[in-house]
Design a protein around this ligand. Structure first.
Ligand code: DON
Length: 305
């Protein structure tokens, strides 16, 4: 017999499948190949049980959902003080690609906007960009519970067209926020955005944060316990960009979205939630993803406050 949560997710999925607004991201040409009908919901509990509805095995690129996990990697590798000098924790209320840097220090306002995420990628352990990529890839794999793979076509497409991110990376170099070659750091950022995931992978990553930093199935620690609250805090205040305030008000959970159509949300100590649905609203957040989270929060009283 189906559990009540399984039946609930299936009927929510069926209901929201008919929600047809939003556009698939097109500013990275290769992303237009996503099917607007892909729609998956997955909830993973801290003891590793997964509840799924819809296209939860469909692969897509992680995009900005990678940002909290790479920020976590920077915190683990360089420590809170070092990272805090190079990336702030203030919501910018700006779009994901805004050049929101502190006017005096040049530090990006937070690690969820591109500027802060590129800076975070540059703080992964390693003395060369290649070593830093190995560290980022390994860390994302521990969060996911399996080795990562890239969508090479999306990576090339973003690298070929990411001129604004190039400008941001050079600004960061100008302020001494990036050591070494900013273009090599940026390529690692493009790679982290091109990591292939399915909805289950994202839900396990979210559940790892819910579980105090330990993957619920592998038992491996993905980040030191004190860093979990830091990562969840910036997800709560900055994870949904210029929708972050409304999100926290209405859904009340730390979260992160990506232009591939993924959203994760975390209920600490209980479970991780992931949705995949590529059509985005004008702020770059998955339309169905937001709706699923609003409904789960309301129907189960998940709002943290
Ligand atoms: O920096 C970029 O343009 C992308 N690779 C990632 C952006 C992203 O997912 C923003 N999120 N909504």
């Amino acid at each position: 017999m189906k559990s009540p949560i399984q039946s609930y997710l299936e009927s929510l999925h069926a209901e929201l499948s008919s929600l047809r607004s939003g556009e698939v991201a097109s500013y990275i040409p290769e992303l237009t190949k996503a099917d607007p009908d892909w729609f998956g919901i997955c909830v993973v509990t801290v003891d590793g049980v997964a509840y799924t509805a819809g296209d939860t095995a469909q692969r897509f690129t992680i995009q900005s959902v990678s940002k909290p996990f790479v920020y976590a990697t920077a915190l683990a590798d360089k420590g809170r003080d070092f990272v805090g000098r190079r990336v702030g924790v203030e919501p910018s209320g700006d779009a994901f690609n805004s050049i929101s840097l502190h006017p005096r220090t040049g530090a990006p306002l937070n690690p969820m906007i591109n500027a802060g995420a590129i800076a975070s990628a540059g703080m992964a352990a390693g003395t060369t960009a290649e070593q830093q990529w190995e560290r980022i890839a390994d860390s994302l794999g521990v969060f996911m519970g399996r080795p990562i793979t890239l969508d090479e076509a999306v990576y090339r497409s973003e690298s070929d067209t990411g001129f604004r991110n190039r400008a941001i990376a050079w600004m960061l170099k100008n302020f001494g926020i990036i050591d070494g070659d900013p273009m090599a750091v940026l390529e690692n950022y493009f790679r982290q955005c091109s990591v292939l995931v399915d909805c289950r992978d994202l839900a396990y990553m979210a559940a790892t944060l819910a579980n105090g930093g330990v993957h619920p199935l592998t038992g491996r620690r993905a980040l030191p316990a004190p860093d979990v609250e830091r990562v969840l805090s910036v997800m709560a205040t900055c994870g949904m960009y210029d929708y972050a305030g409304s999100w926290l008000y209405e859904v009340g959970l730390p979260a992160k979205s990506g232009v591939g159509g993924g959203i994760i949300a975390v209920l600490p100590g209980r479970f991780g939630i992931a949705i995949c649905s590529p059509p985005l609203d004008e702020k770059g957040n998955s339309v169905r993803g937001i709706e699923v989270c609003k409904r789960l929060s309301r129907d189960f009283g998940l709002h943290l406050f």
